[in-house]
Design a protein around this ligand. Structure first.
Ligand code: HMG
Ligand code: MG
Length: 296
């Protein structure tokens, strides 16, 4: 359990995409730069989706143009289709992420197509990325429950994850979009997917709506998970999953991993500073228990 863990910081994308008030591009750029300076090796910087669907991500090309790339940090962005891929490429992205779901209803609500159609749309993205020497990550949403359908069968999670891995995605991020999962369910789901896709190619992506995210991360780590998605200050939520709150807070993950002797390369004090700063910028309470405990 004490081998190194990679954290994928999703705050600038998953954390901000649901904010109602427009956030200045300069703030987004500063957030990405400050997170990278904490030693994070992956900072998801934006999303090339329709601005009609997710207005907050409209400035992603400007964000990509404005950041100072730190050696050792990658800046993935979301791309739902080839149009998004072309824009991400133009903006200089080296890693793009496609995003599908294990639930038909969520797929329709989130990206306006069925699961099968989504995979068809992702194939040209994966092909183009391969030709351009870029890497493709994939998300699978609703792995432990769907806001529209309730329970989601683990076999669907395995099916969609395997399809995306076999199509050429280097990593499959398993998303508990609405944060309803509990540790033993998370463990069983992760184990089932890891029977079909190598565990090192899996990431866990837990939203903390029900306060289970950190426990779920730990359960998946016991099954071999070594890549964890997290959001500074626990910011965020998905615009197409009403009521879903942010991801597990990055500071809380870093603190837990530190206690387990797992190397992350992340400077916790610096990260807590970023958490306080972005929370103040957004007029929100800090969402990390660790940062709250160490403030004031
Ligand atoms: P659509 O309406 O079916 O698309 O939307 P379309 O191909 O018919 O095009 C309609 C319009 O959108 C056209 O413009 C296109 O040009 C434009 P118009 O002619 O009307 O002016 N368009 C685009 N514009 C910019 N960038 C693009 C793009 N593609 C088409 N890439 C689409 C389909 C996928 C575009 C839409 O449904 C969409 O953008 N959805 C995004 C939803 C989203 O971003 N959700 C949040 C991220 S997922 C998430 O948070 C979950 C995750 O964190 C994991 C977890 O927690 O589970 C990843
Ligand atoms: Mg998410």
């Amino acid at each position: 359990m004490s081998d190194p863990v990679t954290i994928v910081e999703v705050g600038p994308r998953d954390g901000l995409q649901n904010e109602r008030e427009p956030i200045a591009v300069a703030v987004k750029i500063e957030l990405v730069n400050r997170l990278a300076a904490c030693g994070l090796s992956f900072v998801e910087a934006g999303s090339f989706v329709s601005p009609k669907w997710v207005p907050q991500m409209a400035g992603s090309a400007e964000v990509m143009a404005g950041i100072t790339r730190r050696p050792g940090t990658e800046y993935p962005v979301l791309t739902p289709n080839i149009k998004g891929y072309e824009a991400a490429k133009e903006a200089g992205a080296d890693i793009v992420a496609v995003f599908g779901a294990a639930s038909e209803s969520f797929s329709q609500k989130n990206i306006n197509c069925s699961i099968a159609e989504s995979i068809e749309r992702f194939l040209p993205v994966i092909e183009a990325a391969k030709a351009d020497g870029k890497r493709v990550r994939a998300y699978v949403s609703c792995v432990l429950g769907c806001p529209y359908e309730g329970e989601v069968a683990v076999r669907e999670v395995v099916r969609v994850s395997s399809a995306l891995y076999e199509a050429g995605c280097y990593e499959i991020s398993l998303g508990d979009t609405i944060g309803v999962g509990t540790p033993e369910k998370a463990r069983a789901m992760f184990k089932a997917v890891a029977d079909a896709v190598p565990a090192p190619a899996l990431a866990c992506h837990f939203h903390d709506t029900y306060g289970q995210a950190l426990a779920n991360v730990f359960a998946c780590m016991e099954e071999g998970a070594r890549v964890v998605d997290a959001s500074v200050s626990g910011l965020g939520g998905c615009p197409y999953a009403r009521g879903a709150t942010g991801n597990v807070a990055t500071e809380d993950v870093v603190y837990m991993l530190g206690g387990m002797g797992c190397e992350t390369g992340v400077d916790l004090d610096a990260l807590m500073e970023v958490s306080r700063w972005i929370s103040a910028q957004l007029g929100r309470e800090v969402g990390s228990k660790v940062t709250r405990a160490r403030t004031g």
